[in-house]
Design a binder for this molecule. Structure first.
Ligand SMILES: [Fe+2]
Length: 276
């Protein structure tokens, strides 16, 4: 597996925290005594602050000072993770991640986020000769669901699973979608289930799906960052709250498979993600 770079560079983390907290560059400069033009450079990817400067900025931005300083110095990247029952597939032309997971010893499979060129997804599904039970959609953005129609056509028995608040994005297929609620468990053969966790903030209907000890988080939680807050009703506070109450309550060794960037583990995110 190739090592994907972190989804968000230091400048992205800085800008997301600024947008989320409403702290402008001038306000940051006033609060820290740092030079506004220097902060502006860092926010635009030109250079990065030293440890003490990053720690000072973290306070008004409500980030963790040590983890933010580590992000500035690019001191952390998650170790590679490969799982026997999960296949990752790029969703080109989008820069997002999709996944197929399956129940070991069976052909029972579920696909997370049908997006990108349908032939690429169909190749993965047909190579494994999988019986596709579920098409699980994490949220409404096109780079996570624009191939839903093509996959549903190829696998008409697969159930499309999505949260009510985002379901309009799949057009007429919304009628047959299973609109799942927080905590709902979908049977997946034998004793296995897929549990939906409603994690609003990136969008109102953003959903994470837990299978065994792997959680697929869409654009809610990335290795070292979080998604942007683009909800209609939900906010930056909601995304932080979703992570704290729904994802960080999972066991530390739970593998995180995000919608962008490399996989991680819940425990690693608690240790390294500057938003927490
Ligand atoms: Fe998104």
């Amino acid at each position: 597996m190739t090592r994907l770079p972190l989804e968000d560079e230091f400048a992205d983390v800085l800008k997301k925290a600024q947008r989320g907290t409403g702290v402008s560059i001038d306000a940051l400069a006033r609060a820290t005594g740092l030079d506004a033009s220097e902060i502006n450079d860092w926010a635009n990817g030109r250079g990065h602050p030293g440890d003490d400067e990053a720690r000072a900025m973290a306070v008004p931005l409500r980030l963790d000072p040590s983890k933010f300083a580590d992000a500035a110095a690019t001191r952390w990247h998650p170790d590679g993770i490969e799982l026997p029952d999960v296949r990752h597939h790029p969703q080109s032309p989008h820069p997002s991640n999709g996944y197929v997971f399956f129940l070991t010893g069976t052909m029972r499979a579920a696909l997370v986020d049908p997006a990108g060129i349908p032939a690429n997804l169909l190749r993965v599904l047909r190579e494994g000769a999988y019986h596709l039970e579920y098409i699980l959609i994490t949220h409404k953005h096109a780079d996570h669901c624009d191939a839903t129609g093509a996959i549903a056509k190829a696998f008409p028995d697969a159930k499309i699973v999505m949260h009510q608040a985002d379901v309009a994005a799949i057009g007429s297929l919304a009628e047959k979608a299973l609109r799942v609620k927080d905590g709902e468990e979908l049977p997946f053969g034998g004793d296995a289930q897929v549990r939906m966790l409603h994690t609003p903030g990136h969008t109102d209907g953003s959903s994470s799906y837990l299978f065994h000890s792997t959680v697929f988080t869409g654009d809610t939680l990335f290795a070292g960052s979080v998604g942007g807050a683009y909800g209609d009703a939900s906010t930056y506070e909601d995304i932080l709250n979703s992570v704290k109450t729904k994802l960080f309550t999972l066991p530390d060794d739970t593998v995180l498979m995000p919608g962008h960037g490399p996989p991680s583990r819940i425990g690693w995110e608690k240790e390294h993600n500057p938003f927490f």
